[in-house]
Design a protein around this ligand. Structure first.
Ligand SMILES: *[C@@H]1O[C@H](CO)[C@@H](O)[C@H](O)[C@H]1NC(C)=O
Length: 167
């Protein structure tokens, strides 16, 4: 199954005291690839932990292309967070308004993750054993950061799964 999607996440939250999640998800299938273009949003105010990411997830962890604004600039890099514990992958700095192409593909347990934007690129290969990716997810994961820097826009999204998603 292959779905072509374009959408934007946009919310306004005025008061945030702990991690807040905003997601668009497809569930109930085995996801084997995902790709698309993310337009880098404005940088949130300093002081919190803003993570914005597309990814595929299992019961054991999540393979993600994380746009990380903790240090006051945006950095995007691929990694797997969960079990097995694997070293974080490669990435680069990006600016608001940049378009970043991301892709996740797998061959058996080995996932290849690529990122590219304006001549910059990064590839990360991860052997993610013991994980069946049953969720495709686009998330804003915000700790002490209000979601007032959207929209986070994705275009040309392709989600590949072995069966239709049930939800
Ligand atoms: C992935 O890890 C498993 C478990 O350690 C190992 O058996 C397998 O050979 C690895 N695959 C590759 C392609 O490295």
């Amino acid at each position: 199954m292959l779905a072509f999607i374009a959408f934007a996440l946009s919310f306004i939250v005025t008061s945030v005291h702990a991690a807040n999640w905003y997601t668009v998800e497809w569930n109930g299938a085995t996801f084997t690839a995902m790709s698309g273009d993310m337009i880098v949003p404005r940088l949130p105010q300093a002081g919190g932990t803003p993570y914005v990411w597309p990814g595929v997830q299992s019961g054991n962890g999540v393979l993600q292309a994380v746009l990380d604004g903790r240090s006051g600039v945006w950095w995007i890099g691929d990694g797997f967070y969960g079990t097995p514990s694997l070293p974080w992958g490669n990435g680069f700095n990006v600016n608001p308004g940049d378009m970043v192409h991301f892709s996740f593909t797998c061959s058996g347990t080995v996932w290849t993750c690529t990122l590219s934007s304006s001549g910059k690129s990064a590839t990360t290969t991860l052997n993610v054993t013991g994980n069946t990716m049953n969720r495709a997810i686009f998330a804003a994961e915000l700790t002490n950061v209000p979601f007032n820097f959207g929209p986070i826009t994705y275009t040309n999204v392709k989600i590949t799964s072995t069966t239709a998603a049930s939800a």
